[in-house]
Design a protein around this ligand. Sequence first.
Ligand code: PLP
Length: 400
Amino acid sequence: MASRIDDHIRGLLSQIQAEGLYKRERLITGPQAGTVSIRSDGVDREVINLCANNYLGLADHREVIAAAQQALHEFGFGMASVRFICGTQTLHRELERTIARYLGKDDAILFAACFDANGGVFEPLLEADDAIISDSLNHASIIDGVRLCRAKRYRFANGDMNELEDRLKEADRDGARFKLVATDGVFSMDGYVADLPAICDLADRYGAIVMVDDCHATGHLGEAGRGTPALTGVGQRVDIVTGTFGKSLGGAMGGFVAASQPIVDLLRQRSRPYLFSNSLAPAVAAGSIKAIEIAENADDRRQRLAGYSKRFRSGLEQAGFELLPGVTPIIPVMLHEAPLAQKMAAALDDRGVYVAGFFYPVVPKGKARIRTQMSAALTEKEVDSAIDAFADAGRALGII
Ligand SMILES: *Cc1c(COP(=O)(O)O)cnc(C)c1O
């Protein structure tokens, strides 16, 4: 009987609304870019976009679009097959080889999204007598992937290396055969970079392998955009990298695991989101290959992005806002209370700046914020206008 469950769900939805946690989607009428046109009440208007993961500004890059169009003509629209039946084109292998070479790994394997890569990476590699030691702020997809795996689970407080060491010892006491430490490279809500040198040192000392989800870094952080292992100088000491084509690298969709040949080969045999889900669309694969090529040689874009991040940070600090410290293009403006974060987002919207407020349960209670993200797609003038809009809105709401 559908009506009973519908009534129950209507109750849940009203509760979400009453708690001020209901998420509404805004309609963008064109491509993702530094400024986007959004439609509300039938009216379109241009706003400065500070909430996309379009760090390098490749989402509407001419050459990426041309590569995708070319692939549509040459390779068709879709594969209508999983990879191992009849869904592997030369393009898919080319994308796997390209991302593996970019990150200095033996090989890589594609997934429909990094959510699937993280969902499918643990279970084939580890068994009940193994251990996964996971940072408490890891992405939801890592948490889900760990749940789907039979290995014993251990958690350490975000970035707490003493706790990580305690958990490694505990796993040893529990007789773990293999130990794997899993961490985000950049924690998306705070913009903090994982302490990979300390993690790799501990992993060496206790004989663990290291897995980094570098979704918020690949393409724009570190030398040539090779991500947090490059940024923090640990390089190939990270054994397994998972990542996405849905952020810096063109922003379309698709995820990957890059690792040693045996790991990638086993995932191709056993990883369930890989085995039981359709191949990436050819146009997406081709556009992503082009995006990696551009990213590798995009020091100009990385420099612009880093310059904007510094400029925006110091502008907001001078205006009197409380920011979380950091070096990434993720710049969280702390407002603490959810209603204030929502009011601030609305006030910025009135002033032509598109931002997203984050509050419980996405971040802890009392830590509501506006998370801003810089993009190489912005102009310096737009960055400055955004600072002015923040200052004006902040004064209007009595925040600064
Ligand atoms: C965005 C993100 C994902 C999910 O990537 P998709 O390709 O969009 O599924 C996974 N992990 C982290 C850390 C992310 O930021």
